[in-house]
Design a binder for this molecule. Structure first.
Ligand SMILES: NC(=O)c1ccc[n+]([C@@H]2O[C@H](COP(=O)([O-])OP(=O)(O)OC[C@H]3O[C@@H](n4cnc5c(N)ncnc54)[C@H](OP(=O)(O)O)[C@@H]3O)[C@@H](O)[C@H]2O)c1
Length: 244
């Protein structure tokens, strides 16, 4: 039987943070729909490893998304494209407010918030008609745990930013995905044993009885890229975590 053509077939899609976790799973799902991927992360070796997992021929670049000038230069060279997905973020830093180092806390916004803002600033004018942007937050904004002041702040800021951009950049659609706990390299600053314990404890507490996989979340990015009507929306995909 002939493969049905996707609305994403042949579309040039930039995935910033595409070397790992949710970004990589999204790139893989998009490649399966015959989109043309541009993978961006801070580490060339990891970009090349990611490209090697994709069927077909794609592009990849190492760009430190912590620096505005790098992002400006990247988009200057990248040329026209159809969709932007931004999932970049370094490992989590949790601290209770009394012990929070404020200069370090400011730095923690660099990739997740300021990097995304700069990517939208310099990327939006290169997006072809019918294109869109999908950003990333997390349920920490709506349901933070103790020690999550920064994570919660970034998630809420990103959701407000996405709504503002949906208005300002229209007709480009701008949406945002808010995942719950997902098994990715994001949690690598914990020991393997602590990490597995966290996945088990969180998974057992959820209505769906497991934590997320990057492939679960990738489907939400695909949905937001494919549909042509919704904009300014946060889609929560968390195994029911915000309910319990
Ligand atoms: N995993 C979860 O439980 C979870 C839950 C809620 C929200 N989220 C959010 O989802 C997003 C993706 O997380 P993930 O779980 O997929 O994490 P991940 O597997 O660690 O992936 C993070 C990506 O960000 C890139 N990155 C980090 N620093 C960078 C830099 N300076 N310049 C360019 N790229 C950089 C990494 O690439 P290189 O290392 O190759 O540079 C990697 O591709 C993050 O914003 C995270 O906060 C995740």
């Amino acid at each position: 039987m002939e493969k049905q053509q996707s609305v994403l077939t042949g579309k040039r899609i930039i995935v910033m943070g595409g070397s790992s976790g949710i970004g990589l799973a999204t790139a893989q799902a998009l490649a399966a729909e015959d989109a043309h991927l541009v993978i961006v992360s801070g580490n060339l070796e990891r970009v090349e490893q990611a490209l090697a997992t994709l069927p077909g021929s794609h592009e990849g670049y190492a760009v430190d998304l912590g620096k505005e000038e790098n992002i400006r230069l990247f988009f200057e060279k990248a040329g026209a494209f159809d969709h932007l997905v931004y999932t970049a973020g370094e490992n989590l830093r949790l601290s209770e407010i009394a012990h929070t180092d404020i200069p370090k806390a400011r730095e923690f916004f660099n990739i997740r918030y300021w990097g995304a803002l700069a990517a939208v600033k310099y990327g939006a004018s290169h997006i072809n008609a019918g294109g869109s942007i999908v950003l990333t937050s997390g349920i920490a904004g709506a349901r933070p745990g103790k020690g999550w002041s920064l994570g919660a702040s970034i998630c809420s800021a990103m959701e407000g930013f996405a709504r503002a951009m949906a208005v300002e950049l229209a007709p480009i659609r701008v949406n945002i995905v808010s995942p719950g706990v997902v098994r990715t390299n994001l949690w690598n600053n914990m020991s393997a044993a602590d990490r597995e314990q966290l996945y088990k404890t969180v998974g057992d507490s959820l209505p769906v009885k497991r934590v997320g996989e990057a492939t679960d979340i990738a489907q939400t990015y695909l949905y937001l890229l494919k549909q042509g009507f919704g904009t300014g929306q946060t889609i929560v995909v968390d195994g029911g975590a915000v309910l319990v």
